[in-house]
Design a protein around this ligand. Structure first.
Ligand code: PRP
Ligand code: ZN
Length: 293
C-alpha cells in the first residue's frame, strides 16, 4: 500500500496524549482540531495524519507499518514483546511521561523482599514485564491480568498486590498501597516503523525527525547571561548546569566579564543563588524557543 500521507499514532487519551500533541505542535505541525473523539486528525501544513488510538495498540501498528511513527511509553513498547531491533527503524527518548512500573502492597502488610510475594496473586496490566521480573527474582506468584483500575484489586480481593504504573504516587496513596519493588522505568519514546516508505514521503520523515530532535533538545534548555569579576569566572563556569562552551566577554573599563551560556540541564533557584554567592550579578535566565544544531 503506498500512502500519500505520513501516519503518526498518538494515544487518544491518557498519560501520553497531551505531551505528544504538545511536542508535535512545538515542532510546527498544525493539527486540525476536529471533535475530541476524532480518530484521524490532519496536519494542515504538511502531508501528515495523526491517528488517535489506544496506547496498547501503538507499538504493533508501527511494527506492522500501519503507522509510520508512534508516540508510545517504553512500558507499552516493552510489554508488546516486539523485538525492538527487528521492528523499528529508530526509537527516540522524548523526556516526558516519566513513570515506573512498581509492585505495591497494602500499607499494613509486612514486606521483606521479593520472596514475600511467593504464592501471592498480583494484579497488573503488564503481565509480560511482571512475569519477567518474578522469573528473574525466582519468585513463584500468580499474575492476574487487568486492563485498568489495577489499584482497586486488593480492596476487591482480586489480588493481594498490584504491579502498576506510578508517577506521582498519589494513586497508590489514595488506595492505601505502598510501592515495594521497581519493575521497569519508563518515559515516552518516538518509534519509527522499519517498513519501507515512498520516495515522496522520505523528505517528510527527515523533516519530522529533525524537528522533533530540535524540540527535545531545547526542552528545559535555558540561556544564561551574567556578569562576574574576572577572577570568579572559572568558579562560575563550573556552576553552570550542562553548559559546554560559555562565551566570556570583557566588560569595558572594569575588571569584570560577561558570561553567556546555553544550559542543557535544569536551572533551579538554587543554581542562581550559588552563582550569586560565587560573585555573579545581573543574572538573566531566558527560555530557548528554537535551536538547530
Ligand atoms: C496509571 C496507573 C495509576 C496512575 C498512577 O494509570 O494505573 O492509576 O496512572 O499515577 P500517579 O502515581 O501519578 O497517581 P493511567 O493514567 O495510565 O490510566 P489507566 O489506569 O486507565 O491505565
Ligand atoms: Zn493504569
Amino acid at each position: 500500500m503506498t500512502k500519500e500521507r505520513l501516519r503518526i499514532a498518538v494515544q487518544s487519551k491518557g498519560r501520553l496524549a497531551t505531551g505528544s500533541v504538545s511536542l508535535l505542535e512545538r515542532a510546527g505541525f498544525e493539527i486540525r482540531n476536529g471533535g475530541r473523539d476524532e480518530l484521524l486528525q490532519r496536519v494542515k501544513n504538511l502531508p501528515i495524519d495523526i491517528l488517535r488510538v489506544r496506547d496498547d495498540d501503538i507499538a504493533s501498528f508501527v511494527a506492522e507499518g500501519v503507522c509510520d511513527f508512534g508516540f508510545v511509553g517504553q512500558n507499552s513498547l516493552a510489554e508488546s514483546g516486539l523485538d525492538e531491533s527487528d521492528n523499528f527503524a529508530s526509537i527516540t527518548p522524548l523526556g516526558f511521561a516519566r513513570c515506573s512500573l512498581k509492585i505495591a502492597v497494602p500499607e499494613a502488610i509486612d514486606y521483606a523482599g521479593a520472596s514475600s510475594l511467593s504464592g501471592k496473586r498480583i494484579a497488573t496490566s503488564h503481565p509480560r514485564l511482571l512475569r519477567r521480573f518474578l522469573c528473574a527474582k525466582n519468585v513463584d506468584a500468580a499474575v492476574a491480568e487487568m486492563h485498568g483500575s489495577v489499584e482497586v484489586a486488593p480492596r476487591l480481593q482480586i489480588a493481594s498486590a498490584v504491579c502498576d504504573l506510578v508517577s506521582t504516587g498519589a494513586t497508590l496513596e489514595a488506595n492505601g498501597l505502598r510501592a515495594v519493588e521497581t519493575v521497569f522505568d519508563s518515559e515516552a519514546v518516538l518509534i519509527q516503523s522499519a517498513s519501507p516508505i515512498s520516495e515522496e514521503l522520505a523528505g517528510i520523515v527527515d523533516l519530522l525527525k529533525r524537528r522533533i530532535d530540535s524540540v527535545v533538545a531545547t526542552t528545559g534548555t535555558k540561556y544564561i547571561m551574567l556578569n562576574a569579576p574576572r577572577d570568579a569566572a572559572p568558579e562560575i563556569q563550573k556552576l553552570l548546569p550542562g553548559a559546554e562552551a560559555p562565551t566570556i566577554m570583557p566588560l569595558s573599563g572594569r575588571d569584570a566579564v560577561a558570561i553567556h551560556a546555553v544550559c542543557q540541564e535544569s536551572v533551579f533557584w538554587k543554581t542562581l543563588e550559588d552563582l550569586k554567592a560565587a560573585g555573579a550579578s545581573a543574572i538573566l535566565v531566558l527560555p530557548i524557543e528554537k535551536m538547530m544544531l
